[in-house]
Write a protein of this length. Sequence first.
Length: 705
Amino acid sequence: MPATSSPVRFDPARGLAVLRTPNSVYVIRVGSDGSPRHVYWGAALDTDDLAALPAAHSPADSSFEADADPDELAPQSGARFGPAGLQVRYADGTRGAQWTFTGHDIEGGKLLLRLTDRRYPLAAELVYRVRPDSDVIERWVELTHTGGDDSGPITVDRLDSASWTLPTLPDYRLTHLVGGWNSEFQLRRDRLPVAETVLTSRRGLTSHHANPWLALDDGTATEERGEVWTTALAWSGSWRVTVHRDPVGRTTWTGGFGHDGLSWTLAPGETLRTPVFAGLYTPGGFGAASRAWHTYVRGGVLPDPDRDRPVVYNSWEATGFDVDHDGQLRLAELAAGLGAELFVLDDGWFGARTSDRAGLGDWTPRPSAFPDGLRPLADEVHRLGMAFGLWVEPEMVNRDSDLYRAHPDWVVHAPSREATEQRNQLMLNFARPEVEAWAHHTLDRLVRENDVDWLKWDANRVVTEAGWPGQRDPDRLWIDHTRAVYRVMDRLRADHPRLRIEACAGGGGRVDLGILARTDQAWTSDNTDPVDRITIQHGFSQLFPAQTMATWVTDSPNVTTGRTTPLRFRFHVAAAGALGLGGDLTHWSEEELDQAAALVARYKEIRPLVQRGHQHRLSGPGGVTAVHYISEDSTEHAVLAWRPTTRFGHHSPALALPALDPTARYLDPDEGTTYSGAVLTRLGIDLALPDGDYASSLIRLRRVG
Ligand code: GLA
């Protein structure tokens, strides 16, 4: 193997490919049957030791067993009986692929392995990309029908982006995110059963219910310690990840876009490219895994990671559908007085949209609410020193709308089925080029005519009766709709360089690495109750950095839970992300407005650390939850701590800050106290939580020596 510092190497004599990241090595061997097989993924190993690794051997070797070497993407052929990531059918009914390895390419950190079927006109490229200074390995697949016009189509029943394999561990634990509307991103850690475990969304959106992220460990990893393997799919439509722990103790998982039962037709000459499935290994526990993901999202996913996310004011919880120029302007004035930097006019400004029953699709301001259109409000908002944002839900339509009356065929529907309405709306089929063109034109005009700086792009229902009349390959809408959404967002950003986009789907129903490649942040949840938010934000932070996590301080009692909480507690919980305001400020007392202005100013002091620093979760939900943010140069620190309830006789102990430097000293600039790093890392800091429920604190520290 040539000695080179390249992160990617391929030794044709041994058929061995080695990918190196700062803390890990990933090894593939092209097997004698032409299939790329998995050799190793984990802590760094010496190259010679790797080359000497023996081929895998099943302890249960017999004529009933599968091949011992796991595939990098398993086809349905040969002695393979686990979930196949590549499932194809040819015109004669034959399934699967028997590969010939036809070569490789290395370009910087990218490795491409080329495969062609020995008999059928099918070619695949397995692509791996190592990003500089990151432990993340990005993987995807391109599948091509290489036949001429006279060869029949190839049916693709499943095309995953990658299969991943763990070294053999004594036990396996699966960490993943589950939930629902208003309760997204609930973290679960479950012992992995000896079975196939499927994480999936069949909804055409990433979903509130599961997220295409997971982590695996041997059951002993903690926040600070232990080996963790974790993957995330960059896709915002339906998806599926199948984790297979087999009875002889091996665990693999395979995943990609689409869900069970869908199939796509590959015509001669056509290529299907999968989304990126990214993975990383860390020896540093779940905390290090999250920080590695955050660095990757900032360096390799987000379009504009270094720009501070503005303090937003959003009018939804204040005014609902009852919006007009004067009312919104009043809120904008109050918000500007509190230090808001962006005013977002939410739902209800267009067409006949005075409730969720009508108007969706008719994107012109309602004259009774905005007699001179939106421009006067946008100008006033700009005059107040804030950016102007607008809520849109371009993929959706109410039946009671001019758009639906003009184009009933534009909705996703099977003509022989009754269309299920959700929130009184249907979904437009963006896979139709004319619908995509209409959406782009409509949004482009809105942004241009109204000097819009920010779009909150919402999606409040999922796909049902997924028909596409007249389409030869109707299942394509599951892929092409999402791709069209991406394209419209990408074009808008390219044509309006100042424009920022917030992802939303009834809260956190579409948050993933795919949507974040063209948006700046995501509306985390419609649930703005600060107690519920602690758990939601804890789950969200596993993969996504704080700058992408939109948080609002809203009214008390909370509109969702009815819970009454102090303003300070609400602010301190929201300060853990991209802070915003969402209450009815016209009902806030002078005292509350003053307190809010001071808390916004305080947030802006720590914003660079929260939004661009490193995040250490000190303790999870339950009892006292705390997060420590550290500036990139490690000098500035902020600790946020929340204790929703208290019990008699239980004092909150001092909180250790293990990420500090024990040899340094730290100044609390607010109290004027200096601490030794050794004391703070071992004994911890007194959080000075006030007595009673809903206690919170924000402590700043500065390294002074
Ligand atoms: C969704 C969003 C909310 C709000 C409403 C408007 O539920 O998540 O923030 O924009 O739609 O209808």
